[in-house]
Design a binder for this molecule. Structure first.
Ligand SMILES: C[S@@+](CC[C@H](N)C(=O)[O-])C[C@H]1O[C@@H](n2cnc3c(N)ncnc32)[C@H](O)[C@@H]1O
Ligand code: SF4
Ligand code: SF4
Length: 377
């Protein structure tokens, strides 16, 4: 891998990419209502009654409300078309409490994104991948910077079931995900996108055999980045001991992981280890406000509402939402703010956001802090 490409990937996977091109223009663009989000996160609705196909004990979305409301296929595709036609260049299909590949029309959403030449990004457990999805990846030229990140968290079927609390103890989900990764790896040789695999380390997944299997399996499947990190405390959920590691446990895990990085990192695959605590002092901090997320990466919730960010995109965050996309178009809601009294508007939003009890992810802490430090507001 070229040095520049390696540095760019490292920056991206450490959330150090710059979400704001010219900080000097940022405030003016907001005032003039000319700001276009750097990316829109789209939480594709789940196919069944449950919000997600797994219930991972560490998941920061476990406390999300499931009020049964879902964005329909027709309206979902229409909203995505509005977003893309309005100039958004990057669509992230992830989830706060859902999995994008658990949506019945995810293949069509991806196809539309690629055909409009936008960059796509996926964070998924990839338990199942539809043929429409594979076809979309094969059919059109993929824009540079597109990625699929597989959350694997283990190197064997047993550990997979343990860390994700899969009740059917004999289930071979790790094998299933690895097969899907191989198919994606083959496709990526013809139509390039970054393929990465992530491993959350806690008491259920920390062991050398699993680390090594995971590294070998996912490098040979075609991944060009492997990322190890640690679960952060989820909002409003009490976790069993060991699910969220303490800073002391993290230090122990890091010593093994750093040795493995030295042993296995190759030119064709980067191994990244991120530690939220030491990197940004955000382990226990719930949020960084004032919050600028809605201008940079607003999020379409699985319930068809538009929210500030991916971490506040479920019905329990309606008090801070931008509005209902089933009744209003995207750009109407996006530009619906008081630009004549912006400082006051941001102050009022910050109060509501703080009362909502949301928790920023790393990217959100970093970006909000970047804007605060720039003193343009
Ligand atoms: C919430 S999930 C949504 C997308 C998809 N369902 C998945 O699991 O990849 C997005 C990413 O956040 C990670 N994640 C979930 N809870 C977390 C936590 N408490 N701390 C750190 N990462 C977490 C997941 O492992 C996954 O990689
Ligand atoms: S981590 Fe992903 S797959 Fe697991 S429960 Fe949360 S949203 Fe679902
Ligand atoms: S989680 Fe962070 S980025 Fe999202 S609304 Fe709350 S303060 Fe803003």
């Amino acid at each position: 891998m070229e040095l520049n490409k390696k540095k760019e990937l490292e920056k991206k996977y450490n959330f150090k990419s710059n979400y704001i091109k010219h900080i000097g223009n940022f405030r003016n663009e907001i005032i003039q209502k000319k700001i276009i989000p750097y990316q829109v996160e789209f939480q594709a609705p789940p196919r069944g009654k449950k919000i997600c196909w797994l219930e991972c004990p560490y998941c920061y979305g476990l406390s999300a409300d499931n009020n049964g409301e879902r964005l329909s296929k027709e309206r979902g595709l229409e909203i995505l078309r509005q977003i893309l036609d309005g100039g958004v260049k990057k669509i992230i299909f992830a989830g706060y409490a859902t999995d994008p590949l658990n949506c019945s029309y995810i293949g069509e959403l991806l196809d539309l994104t690629i055909s409009k030449k936008a960059i796509f990004g996926f964070n998924t457990k990839a338990l199942k991948i539809s043929e429409t999805f594979f076809n979309a990846l094969e059919k059109n030229k993929i824009s540079d910077g597109s990625y699929i990140s597989l959350s694997v968290d283990s190197g064997s079927n047993e550990t997979y079931n343990l860390i994700h609390d899969v009740k059917a103890k004999k289930a071979k989900i790790y094998d299933q995900v690895l097969n899907n990764a191989r198919r994606l790896g083959d496709l990526k040789k013809k139509n390039y996108f970054d393929l990465s695999a992530a491993y959350l380390v806690n008491a259920n997944s920390a062991n050398l055999n699993d680390y090594e299997n995971f590294i070998n399996d996912f490098i040979s499947a075609g991944c060009n980045v492997l990322r190890f990190s640690f679960p952060q405390p989820p909002k409003d959920t009490t976790t069993a001991k060991g699910v969220v590691p303490t800073p002391e446990e993290i230090n122990l895990y890091l010593s093994d992981l750093n040795k493995l990085k030295k042993k296995y990192e190759k030119d064709n695959c980067l191994i990244i280890i991120t530690n939220p605590d030491s990197d940004h002092d955000i382990y226990n901090k719930p949020r960084t406000i004032p919050c600028y997320a809605r201008y940079l990466f607003p999020t379409v919730g699985f319930d068809g509402w538009l929210y500030n960010c991916s971490q506040s995109s479920a019905p329990n965050f309606r008090s801070t939402a931008l509005g209902d996309l089933t009744k209003n178009d995207f750009w109407k809601l996006f530009y619906n703010y008081d630009n004549e009294n912006l400082d006051n508007y941001i102050k009022v939003c910050s109060k509501k956001i703080s009362d909502s009890g949301c928790r920023c992810d790393r990217k959100e802490h970093i970006v909000n802090q970047f804007v605060i430090d720039s003193k343009v507001f």
